[in-house]
Design a protein around this ligand. Sequence first.
Ligand code: ZN
Length: 429
Amino acid sequence: MSVDIRSGAESRTSADTAVKPNPCRFCGQPLRLTFVDLGMSPLCESFLRADQLNEMEAFYPLHTYVCEHCYLVQLMEYVRPGEIFTEYAYFSSYSETWLEHARRYTEEMIARFGITKQSFVVELASNDGYLLKNFVARGVPVLGIEPAANVAEIARQKGVTTRVEFFGRELANRLVTEGVRPDLLLGNNVLAQVPDLNDFVAGMRVLLKPQGVITIEFPHLLRLMNENQFDTIYHEHFSYFSFVTAEAIFGAHGLVLFDVEELPTHGGSLRIYGRHREDSSKPITERAIALRALEVEAGLTHIETYSRFADQVKQTKWKLLDFLIRLKREGRSIVGYGAPGKGNTLLNYCGIRTDFLEFTVDKNPYKHGRFTPGTHIPIFEPERIMQRKPDYVFILPWNFKDEIIRQMASIRSWGGRFIVPIPEVQVID
Ligand SMILES: [Zn+2]
């Protein structure tokens, strides 16, 4: 059965047969089966200035594979991380929902694991200090590790000690030599962005205190598949995890996932809780056992389940374009809201340019006056929507749709409506 599927994938993508398959980022087995191929796309955070619009742009393949041995869904490392992360335009602090999530997380960890002023908390990819500032406010010593120098500088201004480095075994060993051993080691939305996954997870094992806890949050592959979230695939995200595969990866490095929570963030994420294998003080919870069973039930340990996703993505694109074309033929005006990374995958894959969206807006001033990569849609401040009074506002960061609909409620005064593209195009009055 699996042989039939492999040969099907090869006939779809000539690149598979022309070149030797790349090895799986985790287990090293050759990658042969396409998960979904979204074509060529520019780096989703490479927003353009007006003077760059007539220049050539770099496009890279957005072609994901699934490993038939460990079920890790992954992109090749088409772009070196140094090119992506040294000046990152994503500042966590621009989303109120995300800030609230970080506040609640801090309270929960302090209560559950007894984090005190004597503890030490390390965050990997600590961004602009949006989360660690909550621990600092409670007097807990922290260290942030953040490869993007511009966002790390903002964190320091908030009093969050931050080092500008990439995390892995080498840095973990250096930190241990300096006496840094965290009681709580966390990383939110970083695991997907790590090119050398084994080195990163091995580094966590080196760094974590013997009785310490790791928490990692990442978008849940099951939700991505069930809810057509193909736009969460972009070059910065190398890996897409189920709980079963995450357990295998951490297990290979002597770490046990003893608990897991399903979260609503980013369209449906998991927060996994890890500990050293030798630490028997934290038994495996019912929740962890139940989620593993749910994934097995959903077919995530069968390769056939993954081979169905590509068709689902095409259907989603066709339906969305059908809908937008109908609105434009009726003479409706549409503008975007937001310019997130996922928006750029969606816009490029679907071919949505200024012929559909006159402009988009974003709260992040870094993006004002710039243009979306590849599709060249101008980005303005949110107030622009109030001046233009469009018939429709197309919400690109659909994971924040409730927050955005609340903030932009006044578009209803002129009969404006919202469009949410994922999991399926939907109009909200
Ligand atoms: Zn593998």
